[in-house]
Structures are given as structure tokens and as C-alpha cells.
Design a protein around this ligand. Structure first.
Ligand code: ATR
Length: 310
């Protein structure tokens, strides 16, 4: 890439960003600005810390200033819902928005690119998935996105294991009728016996809880004594640390493992595709470079870890 291609912003440069609270540790500016530069898209991406009480004013202000779009992160994913004029199917089903597109006609389109990000990362990790059973750990927003993606990928049965069983039950009841394809959702708690039986029938396990995330890297969402079968595919949505304790245990047990970094990248690409209105392709070299940049940003500890995906 020559220096001329890395142009300074000018009067036509589009403005993009992420709103959250807090947002100081977000990887999104680095991820998006690298993608924008590599894909030669004339836009700049910033992080905006927006207090919940300021959310409507912030979104209105961004629209008035002619922003092209915004990503939305914790705690605003539900709050922006009612500020949208139109919603994507995924955003409606998940009741959460992670991408706002300020259309030229003045309307606001709200989308959720997390299920796409997970689906695309999983398809690359496990290209031959069909009619499978999975175990999802967690019943929050991340788990909802995973369930939608798994249903689109042809899962027939998904166990939803959560510390708070009632939350898993509510999620299953609410989500099942809205998922594409025939799928059975089976809520369970974290009792070892229930988990062992779910694990027996599952070819895929997904951690959609925050357990094991830095700085609490000693945590693991599976209780002591519950073991993974060799050959099971295990995905942890966490990418910091690069290899969680769950993924390390899974790797040592002979499982195929993957962390959440590719999902992060693919959900970002999907947001850019919404904002720029076209499919964005990039080659394996750009993808590898992007991963390297993100891994170094995640810190020296992570640099020492080997990538967990194939
Ligand atoms: P997100 O939107 O990222 O999914 P969330 O909605 O707060 O975040 O959900 C976090 C998930 O991690 C929940 O499933 C939560 O379990 P509860 O519903 O019982 O709270 C799970 N979780 C968080 N901390 C946990 C812990 N220490 N042990 C087990 N599960 C935990």
C-alpha cells in the first residue's frame, strides 16, 4: 500500500463511529479504520462515549451532522431500538441494534450484524455443518445472536445452559417461534448431570457468557468435572484473552477450537456493507493483517499466544 492511498480526511470524507458507555477500550476504531484504509473507502471512524440519558440527542445530532452510520454497543443496543424508522429482520427478532445507517432520505435504519458475523465465522470454521445439535452457554444478548445464526445454519436442537435457568426458559419461549427453520430449544441450568447429557448429543459448544473474559481469565463457564468429548467443536465468543481457559481445556481434550475474533471482524464488515451499500471483498492477506493488528492491540500477552483457529 503506498502512502498516497492513505489520504487525509477532506470535506467529502464520511463520518462513522461507535457509541457506547464506556467505549474507551473498544477495538472498533482500529478495526474499522484499518478496513476503511485497506478497502480504500473514504470515511473516518471514531469512538463516542454517550451517557444513556444523552442517547436520543446523540443519535439526532449524528443524523443532523450528516454521519453515514454508527455502531452501537453496551449499554445502548436496546435504547436505540425506538429511535429507528426501520429495522432489519435480525434487529427485530433480537430486539437489539448494533448498526445505525443514516439514510440520505433522513430516515434511520437499524440492523444487527452480530448473527451474520457469527454465521460467517462459524461457516469458515466448520464448513460442513448440517442438521446438528449444539450447546450454547449463556442466555443474554450474545446468546440470542448465536441462536439466530445456528437456526439459520440448520441446527435441529440447541441446548441453552444458563446459571439462571428461568432466563434460559424465557429466552427459549420467546425466541423459538421467531427462528427460521424447525428447531428445538432446550433450556437447562448448569447442573453437571444435565450438562453431561447435553454434551453427549452436541457436536458444537458455544460460550456466549462473559465467563473467562479478561481480567477474570481463571473463570470457565463449565463446572468442574464436566468434560468435553474429543472431536467436539468449541467456540468461545471471547477474544481477550485469545485463548480462554475453556478453549485451553477444550484443546487439551482434543476438541477443535475457535475464539471470537473472526466474528468481531465479520460483524464489522457487515456494518460497512450496510453503510456503503455493496459487498466488500478482501483477500486472505488483508484478513491475516487485520487479525495481526487486532492481536497486537490486545496486548503482549496475546501476542505470545498462538492463534486458536485453523
Ligand atoms: P451479553 O449481552 O454480552 O450476552 P448479558 O446479557 O449480561 O451479556 O449476559 C451475560 C451472560 O453471561 C448471561 O447468560 C449470564 O448468566 P445469568 O443470566 O445467570 O446472569 C452469564 N454469566 C455472567 N457471569 C456469569 C458467571 N459468573 N457464571 C455463570 N454465568 C455467568
Amino acid at each position: 500500500m503506498n502512502s498516497a492511498s492513505k489520504q487525509q480526511p477532506n470535506a467529502r470524507t464520511a463520518t462513522l463511529g461507535v457509541i457506547g458507555h464506556p467505549v474507551g477500550h473498544s477495538l472498533s476504531p482500529l478495526l474499522h479504520n484499518t478496513l476503511l484504509w485497506r478497502l480504500r473507502l473514504d470515511a473516518c471512524y471514531h469512538a463516542f462515549d454517550v451517557e444513556p440519558a444523552q442517547l436520543p440527542r446523540a443519535v439526532e445530532g449524528a443524523a443532523a451532522l450528516g454521519f453515514l452510520g454508527l455502531n452501537v454497543t453496551v449499554p445502548h443496543k436496546q435504547g436505540v431500538f425506538r429511535l429507528c424508522d426501520e429495522l432489519s429482520d435480525e434487529a427485530r427478532i433480537l430486539k437489539a441494534v448494533n448498526t445505525l445507517f443514516f439514510r440520505p432520505d433522513g430516515t434511520i435504519f437499524g440492523a444487527n450484524t452480530d448473527p451474520y458475523g457469527f454465521r460467517r465465522a462459524l461457516t469458515e470454521f466448520l464448513p460442513n455443518l448440517q442438521a446438528f445439535t449444539a450447546l450454547v452457554l449463556g442466555a443474554g444478548g450474545a446468546a440470542r445472536s448465536v441462536l439466530l445464526a445456528l437456526s439459520e445454519l440448520g441446527a435441529t436442537t440447541v441446548w441453552i445452559a444458563n446459571r439462571t435457568l428461568s432466563r434460559a426458559q424465557r429466552l427459549a419461549t420467546e425466541l423459538a417461534p421467531q427462528l427460521p427453520g424447525p428447531i428445538t430449544l432446550r433450556p437447562i441450568g448448569l447442573e453437571p448431570r444435565e450438562l453431561e447429557s447435553a454434551l453427549k448429543s452436541s457436536s458444537l459448544v458455544v460460550n456466549a457468557t462473559s465467563v473467562g473474559m479478561s481480567p477474570n481469565t481463571n473463570g470457565t463457564p463449565l463446572p468442574e468435572g464436566v468434560s468435553l468429548r474429543p472431536g467436539t467443536a468449541v467456540v468461545d465468543l471471547i477474544y481477550n484473552p485469545f485463548e480462554t481457559r475453556l478453549l485451553r481445556q477444550a484443546r487439551e481434550a482434543g476438541c477443535k477450537v475457535e475464539n471470537g475474533l473472526n466474528m468481531l471482524i465479520f460483524q464489522a464488515v457487515a456494518s460497512l456493507e450496510i453503510w456503503f451499500g455493496r459487498r466488500l471483498d478482501f483477500d486472505a492477506d488483508v484478513f491475516a493483517e487485520l487479525r495481526d493488528i487486532l492481536v497486537s492491540a490486545l496486548g503482549k500477552t496475546l501476542e505470545r499466544s498462538r492463534p486458536v483457529s485453523s
